[in-house]
Design a protein around this ligand. Structure first.
Ligand SMILES: Nc1ncnc2c1ncn2[C@@H]1O[C@H](COP(=O)(O)OP(=O)(O)O)[C@@H](O)[C@H]1O
Ligand SMILES: [Mg+2]
Length: 247
């Protein structure tokens, strides 16, 4: 089923250091269309740096980096980079909403900044569809401060998905949420994958989230992806270091 034509992210030998801190020492990853890859790793091992490289929020030192067939490092035109960023949704760690805007305004914000701004009618339709997707139609006029942590996360997710990105990069989407809410968010990520055929990289150390969302997992250790496999395959490993994640 898989073939090289359906690769949406192609990374080879990606390296990034900050001074003497050699964070990424040769990462390889191929993400296929419609696939969810979970990236697992201990804190401070470069997971966020890795996905930031994919949209040039961090400038890598070395390596091949193709996203949707574009050579990210050599995108020279600002327009090209912006076009790519509209196709690659990013749910940031913390997933902050604009506190001074209502939920509706938060969701309209990315749509209004599109070069071919949709009509008012279409913007309203997209906002309603996005809220329906995350089961929060009733929250449309609320301020972020009135929402629970789980609701904020769902709205942030709706805002990421409202541009209908081909790829979504999730940075610790369930951190700080209780187990029941984490499960809801994880299930929502899978629903979005199924509804829109999005391809995703999901950074997490929440093993329930990893189990629910992953088609495949890659584990970062010492600057490289040291382990790879399905959740079930990795769970069966007798590697002590890896077993700690599954306890
Ligand atoms: N902009 C930066 N400047 C200097 N060091 C950074 C920068 N961003 C990240 N780092 C360092 O890179 C390493 C990996 O960080 P990060 O990717 O955030 O880890 P995590 O796996 O927890 O997401 C850390 O040692 C961090 O201090
Ligand atoms: Mg991080």
């Amino acid at each position: 089923m898989e073939n090289s034509n359906d690769i949406v992210i192609d990374v080879k030998g990606l390296r990034k250091s900050f001074g003497d801190n050699h964070v990424l020492e040769g990462l390889d990853l191929e993400l296929h269309k419609g696939e969810n890859i979970v990236v697992l790793g201990k804190s401070g091992t470069g997971k966020s740096v890795f996905i930031k490289c994919l949209v040039k929020l961090v400038e890598p030192d070395e390596g091949k980096l193709e996203v949707l067939s574009k050579d990210v490092q050599h995108l020279t035109e600002e327009d090209e980079l912006n076009a790519l960023r509209r196709k690659v949704g990013f749910l940031f760690q913390g997933g902050a909403l604009y506190d001074s805007m209502t939920v509706e305004e938060n969701l309209k914000f990315p749509l209004k900044r599109m070069p071919d701004k949709p009509s008012y009618g279409e913007i309203d339709d997209r906002v309603h569809e996005a809220l329906k997707n995350v089961g929060l139609e009733k929250a449309i006029h609320k301020m972020p401060a009135e929402l629970s942590g789980g609701m904020k996360k769902r709205i942030a997710l709706a805002r990421t998905l409202i541009l209908q990105p081909d790829i979504v990069l999730y940075d610790e989407p369930t951190t700080g949420l209780d187990p029941a809410t984490s499960k809801e968010i994880s299930e929502l990520i899978v629903e979005m994958q199924e509804t829109y055929q999005t391809s995703s990289i999901i950074i997490t150390h929440d093993m329930a989230c990893a189990r629910i969302t992953s088609n495949r997992m890659k584990v970062i250790r010492d600057g490289v992806f040291k382990y790879e496999g399905s959740y079930e395959e990795l769970k069966k490993s007798d590697d002590k270091w890896l077993m700690d994640f599954f306890e």
